[in-house]
Design a protein around this ligand. Structure first.
Ligand SMILES: NC(=O)c1ccc[n+]([C@@H]2O[C@H](COP(=O)([O-])OP(=O)(O)OC[C@H]3O[C@@H](n4cnc5c(N)ncnc54)[C@H](O)[C@@H]3O)[C@@H](O)[C@H]2O)c1
Length: 312
């Protein structure tokens, strides 16, 4: 099996490539991104997912059989530049699906997001089937991508799978312009011994997950028995929920003099449309999703790594 990862230089892609290389071997992975990567442990191909010719030639030249499609513009970046978000998230995903269908790719895995939800969505323990109606370009394009993945499965038999991630917490790669980035920024500031000005209100509760659990979940879904999947592209996965105020208090247990001030910006309006918690039951039942890390363990682990970063 040869695996292509698009968006491989991003927050999720960097860690997914490492995990996939560990599992299947370096030579089984091809990393691809629009951003060039000088130091890569695997074969790296620079490409724009909006260029279907280039994507198809990489698939053919490398003998790709499976694709993890991660390239995207996230919620905050998407609201700053909706046209660009439409191009990358919509045209890019369309191109990947068309290329996968035409070149007989056996499986495509596409992470989605809580960004698919809008102001009409219920707030607590939200199951995958509910009111969606997103109002951001990120949400609209990611929801359309879920539906397209399901369409390609029904219409062309392409084995397309996906899950909706909550906010992801990680220390290896910087976050890429999402609304939950505040949590990583807050822990990074605390680790540097600096105060933090938070762009969300103190009481904004959002679902979250530590990156090792997020990566395990995506790989687990990619390997699940197709016959056991009752959903296709919108499984919910989540580990815990917290507010900026609760994160500040958790950090203060380890760094007592840490200071946070709150100055909400345009990202508050995005966060206000998202659920406070997700119901991940179907992912647990259908393919064994579970989290290793709780809230306190995640914050402790993040801070210990952020205080002693790996030398580059
Ligand atoms: N990080 C999170 O908290 C989070 C939460 C929910 C869902 N997700 C989903 O996970 C996936 C990966 O997100 P991430 O956090 O790693 O994002 P990121 O912004 O860190 O990385 C995205 C990568 O895509 C690349 N890219 C952008 N435009 C491209 C193009 N035209 N062609 C090729 N590559 C391009 C970027 O250079 C970047 O390296 C996305 O599909 C996103 O919707 C992430």
């Amino acid at each position: 099996m040869k695996i292509l990862v698009t968006g491989a230089s991003g927050q999720v892609g960097t860690e997914l490539v490492t995990a996939l290389s560990r599992k299947y071997g370096n030579t089984s992975i091809v990393a691809c991104d629009i951003k060039s990567q000088k130091k890569s442990s695997v074969n790296f191909r620079e490409a724009d997912v909006r260029d279907i010719g280039k994507i198809k030639s990489i698939i053919e030249e490398e003998g790709i059989s499976r694709i993890f499609h991660l390239a995207a513009l996230l919620s905050a970046s998407g609201e700053k530049n909706p046209e660009a978000a439409f191009g990358v998230n919509m045209i890019g995903t369309w191109n990947i699906l068309i290329a996968a269908r035409d070149l007989k790719i056996e499986r495509v895995i596409i992470p989605s997001t809580i960004g698919v939800f809008g102001p009409d969505t219920p707030k607590i323990n939200v199951p995958p089937t509910t009111i969606v109606r997103p109002r951001t370009m990120y949400g609209i394009t990611k929801y359309a991508s879920e539906l397209l993945g399901e369409y390609f499965f029904q219409k062309f038999g392409l084995d397309c799978r996906g899950l909706r991630y909550p906010g992801l917490l990680s220390y290896l790669s910087p976050p890429g312009g999402g609304t939950t980035d505040y949590a990583i920024e807050m822990m990074a500031a605390a680790a540097r011994g600096e105060p933090y000005e938070c762009f969300l209100k103190e009481n904004t509760r959002l679902p979250m997950m530590y990156m090792p659990d997020a990566i395990s979940a995506l790989i687990q879904l990619s390997e699940a028995d197709s016959g056991k999947l009752k959903r296709r592209t919108d499984y919910h996965v989540s580990s815990f929920s917290f507010t900026p105020g609760e994160l500040k208090n958790e950090i203060s247990k380890l760094i007592p003099d840490f200071q946070v001030t709150y100055r909400p910006d345009f990202r508050q309006q995005i966060a206000d449309q998202w659920p406070e918690s997700l119901d991940s039951e179907e992912a647990s039942v259908d393919w064994g999703f579970h989290s290793e890390y709780g809230f306190s363990a995640t914050v402790g682990d993040m801070l210990s790594h952020l205080k002693s970063p790996i030398p580059s």
